[in-house]
Design a protein around this ligand. Structure first.
Ligand code: NAP
Ligand code: GDD
Length: 337
């Protein structure tokens, strides 16, 4: 029997980590997830995948560590000798990165370097996936592809640019199989509730059920290329299955404004968004990224990857999930009677 491949995922408790774990377990990988210590449980998104470590043939295990702590990363990588490492952990909120720029750089930038150094130092030569971001393009005119210059507009984006170049450098200097997935925004019912799409769908469900009156937002004019996270994790895996490491843009090739998202979501449940949305300056950023629109022809040609979910399907999937979630909160596990 062929030996199971072993993957280490940092950020396993996040949106992408949960979908990637499902994807790799379905491919019969042995998955190790790095989790940081928290005073309350932070594993909601992967609880349905949990396996009792006392059982036999356990395929998912969690290990404590932190991207801020090189010694834990060195130890974990030396001991586990993973075939593949997916570095998804981050302080991933752009607006928050203006409030905590130093911490953001520490985790997003230096955290990636710590993993690359641990790979080099261990001699294990695990393949490495870096969660790079379309935010790195910032002010560069759309459409953006692998040859578009970076012009970061936030501490988060600047830190991601540093991590991107460190992955490229370790590939060129030490022959490490390091890939950058430059992913455009991707969303899902598991999206964190402070990102704009989920903030909208959650508020909408609460408004529809009469338990919230208003929705406070910032800039409604910015445009994003929004895809479904479940589609995007396949692209991460595909990058590490190629003969040569490389960098790829992953996107839908369609862009919509925050206002478009509001129109689609509120329209779907028969409400007029303008009656509920109020503007609050606190949600604006000191520097904004006006328009992201990805050109992922390289991924299509080499990885044979294409998104399966369009904007309308994504919005409806998120609204349906949050309507069910709010109903459960209000009416209990039996739902609406
Ligand atoms: P997310 O939901 O915010 O998840 C972030 C994950 O990182 C969580 O598991 C979090 O753990 C973990 N983490 C944060 N700080 C850590 C630390 N110091 N040490 C260890 N783990 C830490 O993010 P996501 O949307 O899944 O995104 C995954 C990655 O892709 C991120 O690197 C993000 O920057 C990048 N990205 C995302 C998108 C997108 O549209 N979603 C697009 C491009 C790139 P806790 O659960 O304990 O907080
Ligand atoms: N979060 C948030 N909250 N954003 C708002 C709000 C609000 O109340 N009102 C308007 N927006 C606008 C933001 O100004 C931005 O232009 C847009 O909605 C999207 O914001 P987010 O959902 O926070 O995502 P993001 O584009 O800044 O960053 C996400 O995508 C990046 C990839 O491009 C994050 O997932 C990053 O980690 C990721 O790298």
């Amino acid at each position: 029997m062929a030996k199971r491949k072993r993957a280490l995922i940092t950020g396993i408790t996040g949106q992408d980590g949960s979908y990637l774990t499902e994807f790799l377990l379905a491919k019969d990988y042995e998955v190790y997830g790095l989790v940081r210590r928290s005073s309350s449980f932070n594993t909601d998104r992967i609880d349905h995948l949990y396996q009792d470590p006392h059982e036999s043939d356990v395929k998912l295990r969690l290990v404590y560590g932190d991207l801020n702590d090189a010694s834990s990363l060195n130890q974990i990588i030396k001991t586990l000798k993973p075939d593949e490492i997916y570095n998804l952990a981050a302080q991933s909120h752009v607006r928050v990165s203006f409030d905590i720029p130093e911490y953001t750089a520490e985790i997003v930038g230096l955290g990636a370097t710590r993993i690359l150094e641990a790979i080099r130092d261990s001699g294990v030569m695990s393949k490495y996936y870096q969660a790079s971001s379309s935010e790195m393009f910032g002010n560069s005119a759309p459409p953006q592809n692998e040859r578009t210059p970076f012009y970061p507009r936030s501490p988060y984006a600047a830190a991601k640019v540093y991590a991107y170049w460190m992955a490229v450098n370790y590939r060129e200097a030490y022959d490490i199989f390091a890939c950058n997935g430059i992913l455009f925004n991707h969303e899902s019912p598991r999206r964190g509730e402070t990102f704009v799409t989920r903030k909208i769908t959650m508020a909408l469900a609460r408004i529809k059920h009469g338990v919230q009156k208003d929705l406070f937002l910032g800039n409604l004019e910015s445009k994003r290329d929004w895809g479904f996270a479940g589609d995007y994790v396949e692209a991460m895996w595909l990058m590490l299955q190629q003969d040569k490491p490389d960098d790829y843009v992953i996107a839908t090739g369609q862009t919509y404004s925050v206002k478009d998202f509001l129109i689609e979501a509120f329209g779907y449940v028969g409400l007029d968004w303008e009656k509920y949305v109020k503007i609050d300056q606190r949600y604006f950023r000191p520097t904004e990224v006006d328009c992201l629109l990805g050109d992922s022809r390289k991924a299509k040609k080499i990885l044979h990857w294409e998104p399966k979910t369009d904007f309308k399907q994504l919005v409806r999937m998120m609204v349906d999930a949050d309507m069910a979630c709010v109903e459960k909160q209000i009416y209990g596990t039996k739902g609406r009677r």
